[in-house]
Design a protein. Structure first.
Length: 140
């Protein structure tokens, strides 16, 4: 028997790493406009921790009234609002930029495939800023 399988979309599962709390430097690697499961406009941005190289996707809602984290990220990339209060930007404007991200820990609970309740700690990036405002060369 001959098997003919397209495996171009197969990827190794990502393992989550717990980054230390505090301000950390990140590099923006990629971004894509998408629609969330709830129907909200959003951007999926892949960021890489500058010190460890660990990368992950963050989800930035782009729906009015919920865009505060996207606004902070744009500001951290040096993109400000115009005289009309609008932010005019494109994805290539943020790729490769270094930003400071505030990492905070929070408890997480889920049920695994065996039906067991698992309690862990995860990190979230809850704020962005200019690297120069938050990270000096000796505390990266």
């Amino acid at each position: 028997m001959v098997y003919d399988m397209d495996m171009s979309s197969e990827k190794k599962p990502t393992s989550k790493k717990l980054l230390p709390e505090g301000w950390r430097k990140f590099v923006l690697k990629s971004a894509e406009a998408k629609i969330s499961k709830q129907g909200n406009n959003m951007f999926v941005v892949n960021i890489s921790d500058a010190l460890t190289g660990y990368s992950e996707d963050i989800y930035l809602v782009a729906t009015e009234g919920k865009r505060w984290l996207l606004k902070e990220l744009l500001g951290a990339c040096g993109i400000g609002r115009g005289s009309d209060n609008k932010y005019t930007w494109d994805i290539p404007d943020i790729i490769g930029k270094e930003v400071a991200g505030l990492v905070e820990h929070e408890p997480n609970e889920y049920i695994n495939r065996n039906g067991d309740t698992i309690k862990t700690t995860i990190h979230r990036i809850n704020s962005f800023d200019l690297v120069t405002n938050q990270i000096s060369w000796d505390n990266q």
